[in-house]
Design a protein around this ligand. Structure first.
Ligand code: A3P
Length: 305
C-alpha cells in the first residue's frame, strides 16, 4: 500500500471528499459499477463506527471461531474496501466462496450497484457523538487525513458534512431507510456489540446462515475483544508505515468504549449537536442505534444520545 501515499491529495467525488491515499477517481467509479455476487457479504459503515470490529467478527464467524486467519492475514486483505484502488486485484485473487467486502460509501452512490443483488449487507452504526470523538483522534494520527484543527472546528465540519467520507446524517439515513425494503440487510450497532458481543455474534452468524455452536461463539468473542484486537498486528494497523499512520500520536485501537463523548463535549457543543441532530433526523421515527437484545423479542432499549 505504501506505493500509493498521495497523503496530501483529496479526491472530490460526487460532492464528497475522499483521501487521495488509496482512493482515486477510477477506483471510486469502479466501486459504483461493482458486479456483486449473491454470495458476497458487504460491511457498510461511516468511519469509526466499528468497521474493523465487524471485519474481525465476520472472519471469526466464517472460521467458526478459529483465529488463524485473523492472526495471519491483514484485515484489508480479508475484507478489502471496495472503493480503494487495490481491492479489484484482491477480490479477483480471492478464492473464497463467500467474499467479505467493506465500504464507507453512502447508499445514494452504492445502491444502484446492489440493486437486484442478493449480496448480504451488514450496516454498522454508532452513536454519532462517539463517532465524531473517535474520528477527531484518528485525524491526529492518520497523515492521509487533513489536519483536525480544534475539536470545536472538527465538530462543526462533522455536523455540516464536510469531513472526508461526507455527511454522517446522509450515510445513516440512506442505509437505514433500506431496512424495510431489503431483507438482506442487517443493522448492527457498536453499542450492541459493546453490551453483548456474544449476542451480536450470534445475530450475525444466523443472518449469514452460519450458525455456530456455543464453544465457537465463545472463541469468537475472545478473539474479537478489544484487548485481543489491540494486540493483533493484523488488525491494529501497526503494519502501516509510520509516515501514513503515526502511532506515536495515538492508536487505532484507541479506547473502545461507549459514551466517551461526555469527556470531550462542552455543554454548549452538546446542545448544538442535539439541535442539529433533531433537525436532520426529524423524519426518522426512532433513534437508529437502538440496541436489540439477543433474542430480539424484548422491548428495544434506547441508548441515550
Ligand atoms: P475509539 O476511537 O472510540 O476507540 P472503525 O473500525 O470503524 O474505524 O472504528 C474504530 C473504532 O472502533 C475505534 O474507536 C476502535 O477503538 C473501536 N474498536 C475496534 N475494535 C474494537 C473492539 N474489539 N471493541 C471495542 N471497540 C473497538
Amino acid at each position: 500500500m505504501q506505493d500509493m501515499a498521495r497523503l496530501d491529495v483529496t479526491e472530490m467525488f460526487h460532492g464528497i471528499s475522499f483521501p487521495g491515499h488509496l482512493h482515486t477517481q477510477e477506483s471510486l467509479q469502479l466501486a459504483l459499477r461493482f458486479p456483486f455476487r449473491d454470495t458476497d457479504v458487504l460491511i457498510v459503515s461511516y468511519p469509526k463506527s466499528g468497521t474493523t470490529w465487524m471485519q474481525e467478527i465476520l472472519t471469526l464467524v466464517s472460521s467458526r471461531g478459529d483465529p488463524h486467519l485473523n492472526q495471519t492475514v491483514p484485515n484489508w486483505t480479508r475484507a478489502p474496501w471496495l472503493e480503494q484502488y487495490y481491492s479489484a486485484a484482491v477480490l479477483e485473487a480471492s478464492s473464497a466462496t463467500q467474499r467479505t467486502i467493506t465500504t464507507h460509501l453512502p447508499h445514494h452512490l452504492l445502491g444502484p450497484a446492489l440493486q437486484g443483488s442478493k449480496a448480504k449487507v451488514i450496516y454498522v452504526s454508532r452513536n454519532p457523538k462517539d463517532v465524531v470523538v473517535s474520528f477527531y483522534h484518528f485525524h491526529k494520527m492518520a497523515n492521509f487525513l487533513p489536519g483536525a484543527g480544534t475539536f470545536d472546528e472538527f465538530l462543526n465540519r462533522f455536523l455540516e458534512g464536510t469531513l472526508n467520507f461526507g455527511s454522517w446524517f446522509d450515510h445513516i439515513k440512506g442505509w437505514t431507510s433500506q431496512t424495510a425494503s431489503m431483507d438482506n440487510l442487517l443493522h448492527v450497532t457498536y453499542e450492541e456489540m459493546s453490551l453483548d458481543l456474544h449476542g451480536a455474534i450470534r445475530r450475525v452468524s444466523s443472518f449469514l446462515q452460519c450458525p455456530l455452536v456455543e464453544e465457537e461463539v465463545n472463541k469468537s468473542v475472545q478473539h474479537c475483544s478489544f484487548a485481543s484486537m489491540k494486540n493483533n498486528n493484523m488488525v491494529n494497523y501497526t503494519l502501516i508505515a509510520h509516515e501514513i499512520m503515526d502511532h506515536s500520536k495515538g492508536s487505532f485501537m484507541r479506547n473502545g468504549k461507549t459514551g466517551e463523548w461526555k469527556k470531550m463535549f462542552t455543554e454548549e457543543q452538546n446542545q448544538y449537536f442535539e439541535s442539529v441532530f433533531k433537525s436532520k433526523m426529524h423524519d426518522c421515527t426512532e433513534f437508529v442505534w437502538e440496541v436489540q437484545d439477543q433474542e430480539e423479542t424484548h422491548a428495544k432499549e434506547h441508548i441515550s444520545l
